[in-house]
Design a protein around this ligand. Structure first.
Ligand code: DC
Length: 231
């Protein structure tokens, strides 16, 4: 499908696999925008926690989502960040209470419908790399390039462990692995739009690859597709 400004590059995969790092590199190289759609589910989770809304009350969470003014603005020229009612929500959404509870909000059918619509609007002109869990299968099933990025749970846990250690933060490898396995289960077993491989996605197992190498593989595919589109 040809869109006005460029291609739609859709990327899915499990938690902690490096989708944001890789997606950001690809977007920067192409002069595209990048969006991590998990941040939208996290932003709503954070706001609901702040307002004391019961996360399992689907109607109340959806009503909150609809009351908010959602905006997405690039803060580093590439990555679009979520603003709620004019305020950027960037550090708050990384709080542990948000990580632990966001799958409850992601299981809300009305919220998924609303956020999918916002995501389609953001991508309708193209020139975007969008990552999440259901982008290749549900949000943009007609994306120009579809990637499913994977890595073993042990490797994802090790990466997170090294990240925390190098930031001087406490880290327990077994705890991290258990959290990753729990998040995988939530994503794969969700009733609506669970994480799955689109049949036509390029599957990349990054267990033994650097993020730069993965970005290079995706860029080759994106450039080839962009060239084909011009013919
Ligand atoms: O990628 P992440 O872990 O920051 O995502 C936060 C939550 O949102 C997590 O529960 C998975 C969910 N999610 C989703 O259901 N669909 C998406 N497109 C992106 C994220």
């Amino acid at each position: 499908m040809s869109r006005r400004d460029g291609l739609v590059v859709a990327m899915d995969g499990p938690a902690g696999v490096g989708k944001s790092t890789v997606g950001g590199l690809v977007a920067k190289a192409m002069g595209y925008r990048f969006i991590n759609t998990g941040e939208m589910y996290r932003a709503l989770t954070w706001k609901a926690l702040e307002e004391g809304v019961d996360l399992d009350d689907h109607d109340a969470v959806l009503a909150l989502a609809k009351r908010l003014r959602w905006e997405f603005k690039p803060i580093d020229g590439v990555a679009l960040k979520t603003f709620l009612d004019g305020t950027p929500v960037t550090s708050q959404i990384r709080e542990e209470r948000v990580s632990v509870n966001s799958s409850r909000v992601a299981a809300n059918p009305g919220v998924r419908k609303m956020l999918s619509r916002l995501q389609r609007e953001l991508g309708e002109r193209g020139a975007i790399v969008m990552e999440g869990r259901d982008i290749t299968t549900h949000v943009f099933p007609d994306a120009d390039v579809k990637i499913y990025l994977d890595a073993s749970p042990e490797e994802r846990a090790s990466r997170r462990y090294r990240q925390l250690k190098s930031a001087g933060q406490p880290a327990d490898r077994a705890e991290i692995l258990a959290a990753i396995l729990k998040r995988d289960l939530n994503d794969l077993k969700r009733e609506i739009n669970p994480l799955k491989q689109a049949p036509d996605a390029l599957v990349i197992d990054s267990t033994r690859l650097s993020m730069k190498a993965v970005a290079g593989m995706i860029l080759r595919r994106v450039r080839r597709e962009a060239k084909n589109g011009r013919r």
